[in-house]
Design a binder for this molecule. Sequence first.
Ligand code: DAH
Length: 335
Amino acid sequence: MDELLREALGEIAATSTVAILKDVEVRWLGKKGRLTSLLKELGGLPPEERKARGQALNALKQAIEEAVDIRRGEVTRAEAEARAADERIDPTLPGTPVAAGRLHPLTRVVDEVEDVFERMGFHILDYPEAEREAFNFDHLNIPADHPARDTQDTFYLPDGNVLRTHTSPGQVRAMRELTPPFRAIFPGRVYRCEATDASHEHTFHQVEGLMIDRSVSIANMLSSMMTLLEGVFRRKVEVRLRPGFFPFVEPGFELDLRCMVCGGSGCPVCKRSGWVELLPCGLVNPNVIRAGGLDPAHWEGWAFGLGLSRLVMMRYGIDDIRWLMAGDLRFARQF
Ligand code: DAH
């Protein structure tokens, strides 16, 4: 008995964690533990030996149980202390800097543009960047042999679709989807197979706008454009309309903005002219209304195709369009 007790106490004393102690406890006192099997053997002893041995085994059992309890208290405390020492907070340590994300200037301007138009009752729609050739060109009154196709160098996809060269295909899609009268804008990315330089990029952004009603006017279109520009620049802007040709509008215009960088006195951004070409627009060509499934005898529209990239550059004084898509954090962190 003494030997067994010494052995058990030795094992208990050597434990360093509650989990290890639990193992030792099971090994001695568990259902298949050493002590338990000794107690079971009692039944096979002659009655005169049984009593004394039973008492001795029970005393041993009690001693082991006590030792386990005491040791459990010790290792529990030791573990808690070790954890506390580990987790001690040093309030003099400098904090972990939190990397704050920034919104890309394009995202900011798109948000502002959407805000302005939402307040004027426009839907905000999203159309595919991989577009059917018919929607990118034919439905917009640009047949296959039309020279306007050459001015928009197109990326063709292996499946015969194209990467849209402008957001204008949304005009036809919106007319087919919505019940007139309606107004909507569709911002998005467009692609052209062009050599890049400070003012050309193969991937850039536009916002297309379309209003369809029984009768629309250029005055209404112009006032919406002014609201847009004054909303984005947050001050009075000066604009001028020049005639411009686009197959999908008739009449078509170029809306120029008095240069916001130099105020009109002439600078590199406006190429010393004092004006920046920003917003082509016009009254929707009847052929396009027809392609949209509407009767041009009953429905009219105006449309614009805002050069978003250029607007962002004006707004923030960015002198090279390639910064916008470069993914350079040094650029993004400035906004
Ligand atoms: N889609 C034309 C382009 O990217 C821009 C444009 C011109 C859009 C006139 C229009 C518009 O809606 O009325 O060159």
